[in-house]
Design a protein around this ligand. Structure first.
Ligand code: AMP
Length: 400
């Protein structure tokens, strides 16, 4: 039985045992108490490598078990006392809070404590947590830098740095803060970097941060999960909203709706609420408390529909989402993959419906190229489909 403080996702695990990975009885006991029986592939690959104390770069998706993959070797190594010796930088508040919960559960037998420094909440509780001399800090970049600059946190004893979801962190524009934070850390430390994608800016960052790293890549060959049914609804711009409403009536399961901008997420939420749908929303203009509340309501099932923007939506760790609807087409193929990854977790099945207009057809082709299949063109009752004709194709080509 998994501990209630962790999200309950069915994950694919290996046949290996945690005991084979070189962990001590203390930590094996806490893993057992949490309820993990076998390591996931990323855990089986990362934990032994991380125990060797070498720098490490791992390609891993959210939902692969990556959080425990870095938390377990950290808590294996550390004992309580002696100041902040490990720092985990997370892209979002939700991911940071979840990581803190992992540390407290797995690090219980070493009496380890973690402070979580995230934006959008009051300073006072964080200052209290820092005064209690935590062993590990989990933080989002902005708030952490704020604390470092006010000298409310000391990072000169940090031996272990983890950059979680590095690609996501760069997407959110955190690169300058990350560089400033790293500049304050001792050079003689170990760095572990996790990212769902590699290349370009991530590789550049990696070159400056890690030394002679072990590289771990266990990303599955197809870039989206096997159990996903992709569907594409091409409509005229004024029919996007009717298409969404019709889809919400057609598929009655737990549904996550992605809008590109905060204002659109807010606007969609109000329309759906007025129509009587059990809906909540999450975006970065909402306070931390409201975001946590919205996620809890969605997770508990009191709201069947959650409207989210990409930034807020990436950290969503809710099992059993049956339907992801892209009300706005994602801005990049990576965003499509991330959004789609919220459904069909582990061996479950899910639907990803994308509502698009002819102006989005170039992005549709990009997505199709990346996932290696054509998105099936679908229609929904009461909404006239837009037929992909020669004129539209010519317009698209002209834009190229
Ligand atoms: P993450 O990729 O870290 O977000 O983890 C995804 C989910 O998998 C979380 O709900 C974890 O609680 C769960 N999980 C991670 N590792 C295991 C494991 N070895 N056995 C069972 N569940 C796990």
């Amino acid at each position: 039985m998994l501990d209630d403080r962790l999200p309950h996702h069915p994950v694919s695990t290996t046949q290996q045992s945690f005991a084979d990975l070189g962990l001590s009885p203390d930590i094996l006991e806490s893993i057992k108490a949490v309820g993990f029986e076998h390591p996931t592939p990323i855990q089986a690959a990362v934990i032994p490598a991380a125990l060797e104390k070498r720098d490490l770069i791992a390609l891993a998706q959210t939902g692969s078990g990556k959080t425990a993959a870095f938390v377990i070797p950290l808590v294996e190594k550390l004992r309580h006392g002696g100041g902040v010796r490990a720092l985990i930088v997370s892209p979002t508040r939700e991911i940071a809070l979840q990581t803190q919960a992992f540390i407290e559960l797995f690090g219980k037998n070493h009496d380890l404590t973690a402070a979580c420094l995230i934006g959008g909440v009051k300073m006072k509780p964080q200052l209290d947590a820092l005064r209690a001399k935590p062993d590990i800090i989990v933080a989002t970049p902005g708030r952490l830098l704020d604390h470092i600059e006010r000298k409310t946190v000391k990072v000169d004893a940090v031996e272990e740095l983890v950059l979680d979801e590095a690609d996501h962190m760069l997407d959110l524009g955190f690169l300058p803060q990350v560089r400033k934070i790293v500049a304050r850390l001792p050079r003689d430390r170990r760095t572990m970097m996790f990212s769902a994608t590699m290349g370009g800016a991530i590789e550049d960052l990696a070159r400056t941060l890690v030394r002679d790293p072990i590289r771990i890549d266990i990303t599955p060959k197809g870039r989206t999960a096997v159990g996903i049914q992709h569907r594409l609804y091409i409509v005229s711009p004024e029919n996007k909203r009717p298409a969404l409403i019709a889809l919400l009536h057609q598929e009655l399961g737990t549904t996550l709706v992605f809008a590109r901008r905060k204002v659109d997420a807010e606007w969609l939420y109000h329309i759906l609420e007025r129509q009587g749908h059990p809906v909540t929303r999450i975006h970065s203009d909402r306070s931390q408390g409201r975001r946590v509340e919205a996620l809890d309501d969605f997770r508990a099932g009191s709201h069947r529909i959650l409207v989210a923007t990409d930034i807020a939506g990436r950290g969503i760790d809710v099992p059993g989402i049956e339907h992801v609807i892209n009300f706005d087409i994602p801005e990049s193929v990576d965003d499509y993959v991330h959004r789609a990854g919220r459904t069909a977790r582990a061996d479950r099945e899910g639907i990803v419906s994308t509502i698009a207009t002819w102006e989005n057809l170039m992005m549709v082709r990009e997505i199709e190229k990346s996932i290696g299949q054509e998105l099936p063109r679908c229609t929904v009752p009461g909404v006239e489909p837009w037929v992909e004709g020669k004129r539209e194709a010519a317009k698209v080509r002209r834009r190229l």
